[in-house]
Design a protein around this ligand. Sequence first.
Ligand SMILES: C[S@@+](CC[C@H](N)C(=O)[O-])C[C@H]1O[C@@H](n2cnc3c(N)ncnc32)[C@H](O)[C@@H]1O
Length: 222
Amino acid sequence: MPAMPIGSMLFLQAAQSAEAGRNSGKRRTAVAPLPSETPAEYWDRAYSDPSLVFNTAPNTFLTEAVKGLKPGRALDIGMGQGRNSVYLAKLGWDVTGFDISERGMELARKSAAAAGVKITTIRASMDDFDYRVGQWDLIVATYEGVSWLEAAVKGLKPGGFLVVEGYSKHPQAPPGAAFGPNELLKLFMDQNLHVVRYEDVEAEPEWLKLDRVVRMFARKPN
Ligand SMILES: C[S@@+](CC[C@H](N)C(=O)[O-])C[C@H]1O[C@@H](n2cnc3c(N)ncnc32)[C@H](O)[C@@H]1O
């Protein structure tokens, strides 16, 4: 993902979960990027801020998508604090996650230890990560854009699944993680993926207080 979009993120959701937040009033904290800092420095600073409590609830679209799937090898792109990795590991998936933020992955490892599960964490950028060929049964990326799509599709096993959630295009949404009308659908169709479920709906995204979310659940042909 290009530096600017993620670095320009202004608000981090610090609620326990989207649903809990809806009921209890979300606590949001502005984390403005400093002019000189890299995205990794920005995210390290955010994840080290003791006043922020990061969401540990898994992404709901992911939980629905994996229902009934046989656990295998999963890759979590931009795993952050590890909420999706830990959820999948608890279901029996063999999970590898990567992120540019070591501090985010520290939270992920703590959360995995607290849940009594094992996850593998790797410090890497989505643009440099080695997705390899035919390795993964499931690739997940929530709020990470899809600059990695072509490489990751090669990394998926035939019949493997991809789950993506992101922002709908909006002036306040990071452009690299936001999609215009049917943009995500076209990108996935260009990769010859079977679209299992696609949504572009009015809903509050998990990391910014906006009003539309785009979601994709797709499968690589056998
Ligand atoms: C909005 S958070 C989403 C975290 C996680 N996917 C989730 O939904 O809980 C964005 C994450 O992307 C990571 N990130 C930003 N740029 C990245 C890059 N180029 N490669 C890998 N991770 C990146 C950040 O460190 C941060 O953890």
